[in-house]
Design a protein around this ligand. Sequence first.
Ligand code: GLY
Length: 371
Amino acid sequence: MNTRETVTVALGDRSYEIIVGDGVLAQAGALIGPVLRQPKTIIITDKNVATLHLKILQRSLENVGVTHESIILPPGDQTKSFAQLQSLIDALLSHGMERSSTIIALGGGVIGDLAGFAAGITLRGLNYIQIPTTLLAQVDSSVGGKTAINTPQGKNLVGVFHQPRLVLADVGVLDTLPQRELRAGYAEIVKYGLINDPDFFAWLEDHASSLLDGNLEARRIAVVKSCQSKAKIVAADERETGMRALLNFGHTFGHALEAETGFCDALLHGEGVAIGMAIAFDLSVLKGLCPARDAARVHRHLATVGLGFGLEHTQGMIWNLARLVDHMQKDKKVQDGRLTFILTRGIGEAFVSQDVSRDDLFAVLEGTIAA
Ligand code: GLY
């Protein structure tokens, strides 16, 4: 089995590699070497990830003579806040961070987004490396340079585009994730098939269960394919002025559901995205854009992997449709007062649309989550 594969994000002199494989965390020191400007790093991680993976990373850095300090933050979404950003920057500066030192973000999306943001603004921009430890972070948030914190007004509303110098995705560490979190991350993998790669979606229909059950080869193939897909889109539209918006497929609906459940464990981000993608298909059918059989196939697959509408954590929930639509209208993807939605003409044929009315939204929500 080929245990390591490299995907390039082509952004001129800011290009970087994503190295995917089983065991890359233990080889991190050697892999990171070529992108370090001085052998001095600061690792940012959270308490849970530190217990599981920090020692392996520290040892691999020591093996190649790279010094390291570690900043260990509390786990959870609340860490993506102004207060934590401020104390993180204080800690970076008191650790003697220099322009040529490198930050290593070791963790899931929260750590990657916060550490990336701190790297983007401390000393006017520091190099950073992403070592994502969740499936969601490996296939989405660690790639593409979006960094952010949350504010009381919403998620990811304050941040910068700041590309990492390297991403190391160790598919072996995914064994430590709870099944529910793994499934939620899987939703972002399905997204790549649904937006522009019908063959990949068909592959996922055949391989999802082995991937979720722990088959390393299936995981590696899925992570590589997802990163290739994202790298291509980011290289073409780094700042999301056009096609990068496709990566938000299912997200406007998903965010509204997350907002309604209070962004808590009742609905994980990926679970919201999965339901959001199913709603996007239903809306596309409703508008006469997409064959009903494609929507049915998507519903079937999501239900098979435990990401359908019948999520046990939200069962019995009575959704308030007007509030859901209001959440969508506050989404940061609103442009000139018009909502941008990603609709589809079929599996692998997503496109950006501003032709979605409030009535369309009520009609689709009444037929799906309120049904
Ligand atoms: N997660 C969506 C993006 O990176 O654009």
